[in-house]
Design a protein around this ligand. Sequence first.
Ligand code: UGA
Length: 431
Amino acid sequence: MKIIILGLGYVGLVTAVGLANSGHEITGLDVDMNKVKMLQNENMYIYEHGLEELVKENTKNGRLAFDTLENISCIDSEVVFIAVGTPSQSNGSADLSQLKNAIEHVVDKAKSPLTIVVKSTVPPGTGKKIKEMYLEKASFKHSYVSNPEFLREGQALKDWFYPDRIVIGGDDREATAFISDLYKDIKAPIVISDVTTAEMIKYASNAFLATKISFINEIANLSDLTGANIDGVVQGISHDPRISGSFLRAGIGYGGSCFPKDVRALDFISTINGHSFELLKAVINVNNRQRLIPIQILRREMGLLSGKKIAVLGLAFKPNTDDIREAPSIEIINLLIGEGAAIKAYDPIVDGTEKNFYYQEAVFTKNVWETVNDANAIILTTEWDEFVNLDWFEVYKYTQSPHIIIDGRNVLQPRLINEIGFKYFGIGRSC
Ligand code: UGA
């Protein structure tokens, strides 16, 4: 089947290669000419494991092509997936301008009735409004389906081909059955609902996971004060299948392009609906506070931070991605620079100098050794394998007193690190 994917961010691109792999003929469209040019030349602008190979393979076999939205005079497919961004506005609400723009273009260029499938994360009730504002006035009777995505950056292809579930929300059975059929190669439970419920499922999923993280971070903070060890606590509670062990890794908090934005948006949606979602507010506050912990430890251990040499290992919001959106590293580096510390930072794939102008005063190094050389303290902000598997005996030789390590992701072995001579601090790992 001919399918158009509008919006070539990581969700759109993964959807494009996923559906191309199932044998569909995909045209990926974007308003950004540079992105399109890069893809046409088989170059990637995001780092996602395995994506480049699949883009190349499907482009070669003729199942995948890219173009700009402007270049398309009419839409000749039956289905259009929309995967444009819905970024946070300053009041926390989701900015829907890209979505509205996309729908206007689709309606304008349609030459026959379409099934419009929205993958973008949008507030519950958006689909209903889009139908009233644009689709009911259109020349053709288009169907609207909400099909939220649950892809994790860094393992997005795995999540596409082996998802936990597929959610399809539509207000008519024909459209939901039609879209379910596109996923027939994929083995996963399909949850069918109305549009608004599907939209809410997406927010509830991300907000629940963020809540788990903030909850365990608070237990970790309390463990630090009482002498309990968070690793043991998690081991003890996660045997209970009602709790489960996932998303209970304590640390310096969640970041990325999804959790922070979606939790804020759900809080905003609650407020405008006259409901104060107290739990969500706490989740946000705990997360904001969590990333300050390394700075509090450094102040406590070293006094004034002015002139102190701090090595930051990791810029990406999590391993296996080059995404630094709302990464804890950004705030930590900026605050330390504000206190006059000398920062050297390194990430295996993020190049701080090119992408992130606010880091101007930090020095971006090409490897771990340059970063830790002469450092008084090291902060591990992203749990890349390269850092977890480092020869910490060797690292110690490069550092200077007081040889502090703050393990912001609780991935190092505290006893070993202390035995080497470092002063180890994890999050809730008092031992
Ligand atoms: C998240 C969801 O997991 C996906 O299901 C969803 O599709 C996606 O958002 C989205 O809405 O697009 P992602 O942001 O890629 O995926 O990353 P996660 O692996 O969920 O991690 C998010 C953040 O939580 C990271 O900063 C990670 O370090 C942190 N985290 C995760 C913890 O601090 N502790 C944990 O136990 C797990």
